[in-house]
Design a protein around this ligand. Structure first.
Ligand code: NAD
Length: 360
């Protein structure tokens, strides 16, 4: 078969180095030339923000960060940014903090320097999200793509092990879903495969020792690759399911992704032999489903949506909400029965080794 594809790479500067975030931030603010800098960091991230911005001229410190970026919170932050004449945003925190920075950039068209403290990966995508009346809207706009990312694994050391693992598996989901997402191509697949390898190496090291900086570096590197692959390949079946469940039932983002991932892998497996081979190679196994299950066991990863507030009685409604969003590119045709099987096993937490969605 001839090799033929269209691939678009997003332009970003990435500064990666443990213990170097403060000096890299000073250098980038100078390079980009911001004169009125707004620093966004959630309340608990304030000490970290203070540490990273010592000696810098900051016009506005902003801490009103709420998960999933409610529209009224975005509007309030936008108004403050306008009042202060902000021309550069620095976001320090997880995906919720980056999300608020993106909401401002979407309307104000000003650059962002992102300093992530989780493995969610929002900093490497041009996707924004806003929540209004319990419905999350997302969109794509290059104005929200942070101009620079500053990665410092030492900043993720405070992320509790459970959350590190769920967040890292959210990254793993970006990689695996990229293998069959609507714009999948050999470049984003190569990034995704390396992301799977790095996350599968980093997360067990964090589990064994949360202070292991090398493990955290691998996880952060993997999370970046995962997000670049996802931004390029687009949302596949996994992300569509999680988007509907998270938005409709207010489930925690990273844990929902972690629970759903092995089930989507098992569901698509019979119809995606090449993707399975690639994922298996990245996990160092001929059996990617078994390898992912072993990794989950080793990590004691989240397994059941019932542990995170999802009710069994919501399954039928969820099927109706999810089916219209199943991407046409998905390798397997998804029926209501298959989706029910997937959601039932996700709700109860059965391992995919026990409840492999059937291949009918
Ligand atoms: P989050 O930012 O809400 O953080 C999760 C929790 O971890 C919070 O309680 C936070 O206070 C805490 N936390 C963050 N960093 C910490 C640290 N270093 N130490 C201790 N605690 C820390 O969640 P998240 O999983 O990072 O991001 C999820 C959000 O990001 C969702 O809204 C999701 O939709 C969005 N997201 C967007 C994209 C995109 O491309 N636009 C990609 C991934 C995620």
């Amino acid at each position: 078969m001839p090799l033929e594809f269209t691939h678009e790479s997003l332009g970003q500067r990435v500064l990666f180095g443990s213990g170097h975030a403060a000096e890299n931030l000073a250098q980038e603010i100078h390079r980009i030339g911001g004169s009125k800098v707004m620093v966004i960091a959630a309340e608990f991230e304030q000490p970290l923000a203070e540490m990273l911005t010592v000696g810098l001229d900051i016009a506005l410190n902003y801490s009103d960060v709420v998960a999933h970026v409610p529209l009224e919170k975005a509007d309030k932050a936008r108004q403050e940014a306008r009042e202060y004449g902000i021309d550069l945003i620095v976001s320090i925190g997880g995906g919720s903090t980056t999300g608020l920075a993106k909401a401002i950039a979407l309307t104000a068209r000003i650059p962002i320097i992102a300093i992530p403290t989780t493995y969610a990966g929002s900093e490497a995508t041009n996707v924004w999200g806003l929540t209004e009346a319990a419905r999350k809207t997302t969109g794509v706009d290059n104005a929200v793509l942070p101009r620079t990312i500053i990665y410092d694994a030492a900043l993720t050391a405070s992320l509790p092990v459970e959350l590190s693992i769920a967040s890292g598996l959210n990254g793993m989901a970006h990689c695996i879903d990229s293998m069959w997402a609507p714009r999948t191509d050999p470049i984003n697949q190569a990034l995704a495969a390396e992301g799977i390898r790095a996350l599968a190496a980093g997360l067990p090291a964090i589990k064994a020792n949360p202070d292991n900086l090398e493990g955290r570096e691998q996880a952060l590197y993997g999370a970046y690759l995962a997000a670049v692959a996802f931004a390029s390949a687009g949302s596949g079946l996994h992300h569509k399911i999680c988007h509907v469940l998270g938005g409709t039932y207010n489930l925690p983002h990273a844990q929902t992704h972690a629970v759903i991932l092995p089930r989507v892998l098992a569901l698509n497996a019979p119809s995606a032999p090449k993707a399975m081979q690639r994922i298996g190679q990245a996990l160092g196994s001929m059996d990617p489903i078994g390898a992912l299950n072993s990794l989950y066991e080793q990590l004691d990863a989240p397994r059941a949506l019932k542990d995170f507030g999802y009710a069994e009685k919501s399954i039928e409604e969820s099927i109706e909400l999810i089916l219209p969003f199943v991407p046409a590119s998905n390798p397997r045709q998804i029926t209501a029965d298959l989706m029910r099987e997937l959601l039932e096993s996700a709700w109860s937490g059965k391992s995919t080794a026990e409840s492999y969605p059937s291949s009918r």
